[in-house]
Design a protein around this ligand. Structure first.
Ligand SMILES: Cc1cc2nc3c(=O)[nH]c(=O)nc-3n(C[C@H](O)[C@H](O)[C@H](O)COP(=O)(O)O)c2cc1C
Length: 331
């Protein structure tokens, strides 16, 4: 081969030249689980498909969902023939698809199980033909069951979309047996010129600040059930966190916690009632022994909560986020 043609062929093959180690290969009939692992190399979103058959509600996590046609508007998904809800889906003649958001892993797990109280535990609203629409999903597609095809140990249910709704948010992904989140490819993100960013990165500086505040408020609200489980509300929780550093007077507490003086007074009264703070005698208050224990419990709970939230974000993104927060926190 001449030098010129050698260059040409290496250029032509460059985009797919990565040599990958073979993990497994073989006859699908010999090992169905290995085939499932191979199919898991293909990433999907996660949906919850639901239906009402008379008085019975059925719903399950589904990642076999796919778009089929725009005109007419058709979608499909496949259900295991042996599924306890297969007959209900067929008889209902109608189903609703809720495309899950990246903060709905628990819902996917709930609807991926045979839990009898799936619908008591989830928040939903009845849609067309009473099929439940899962709240917090990023899309709803309400479908009339149009065709059922044989698909080996599955049935393929083709639906005609009668109504759809799209909401803001990012999708939950499923690949290689794990949940994931969508992220722009780093190589493309770097190559994208500043004026050509996606809508998510098109925030003005002022909007960025608003988003930061909004995210903080949303997390704080979401964390409230954990505080309540420990007998604390938001002001009390802020106060015990500040008091962990040592005794403090109410004015300093208000400054350090961004609480109004009345909120500090109410919070301290609540903490005192539970025996979590005691007066030092010089106008300052400090944590009692049980106050210190409660503070450690709420800190542990917050740590656990944030680990769970941040666990869904790529490490590189997190590192960049921490650097930005540190830079913003410095004068
Ligand atoms: C991410 C995920 C995707 C799933 N996709 C499908 C699917 O496409 N079709 C299916 O029949 N089951 C699928 N399942 C399994 C069902 O959700 C599960 O079998 C069902 O909820 C259990 O109820 P059943 O006993 O009525 O089958 C999936 C589960 C998970 C967690």
């Amino acid at each position: 081969m001449s030098q010129a043609s050698a260059n040409l062929s290496s250029e032509a093959t460059a985009p797919c030249a990565t040599a990958r180690a073979l993990i497994e290969a073989g006859d699908p009939a010999a090992d169905a689980r290995a085939l499932r692992r191979c199919l898991g190399q293909f990433p999907t979103g996660v949906t919850v498909v639901t239906a009402r058959n008379g008085e019975r509600l059925v719903g399950m996590a589904v990642n076999s969902f796919a778009a089929v046609s725009l005109a007419p508007p058709l979608v499909l998904w496949s259900i295991r023939r042996e599924s306890s809800s297969a007959q209900d889906f067929l008889q209902a003649g109608h189903y609703a698809v809720s495309v899950l958001a990246d903060d709905q892993v628990e819902l996917s797990q709930l609807f991926g199980s045979s839990h009898p109280e799936r619908f008591e535990r989830a928040r939903w609203q009845a849609g067309l033909q009473g099929a439940p629409l899962i709240e917090g999903a990023i899309a709803h597609l309400e479908c009339r069951l149009e065709q059922v095809h044989e698909g080996g140990d599955h049935l393929i249910l083709v639906g005609h979309v009668e109504r759809y709704a799209r909401f803001e948010g990012a999708p939950l992904l499923f690949t290689q047996g794990h949940y994931g989140v969508a992220q722009e490819h780093p190589a493309l993100a770097e190559a994208t010129p500043p004026g050509d960013q996606s809508a998510a990165t098109e925030l003005s500086d002022a909007e960025l600040l608003r988003q930061l505040i909004y995210a903080s408020q949303r997390l704080s609200l979401d964390f409230d059930s954990h505080r309540q489980a420990l007998g604390l509300d938001m002001p009390m929780s802020r106060l015990v966190n500040r008091l962990r550093e040592g005794a403090c007077d109410p004015a300093e507490l208000a400054r350090a916690t961004y609480l109004e003086p009345e909120e500090v007074a109410d919070g301290l009264a609540g903490l005192e009632q539970q025996g979590l703070v005691c007066a030092c005698g010089d106008g300052r208050v400090e944590l009692s022994t049980s106050g210190r224990e409660r503070q450690a419990a709420i800190a542990g709970s917050a740590n656990h909560y944030m680990k769970d939230k941040l666990g869904q974000i790529a490490e590189a993104d997190l590192a960049a986020f921490k650097r930005v927060l540190q830079a913003l926190g410095h004068d």
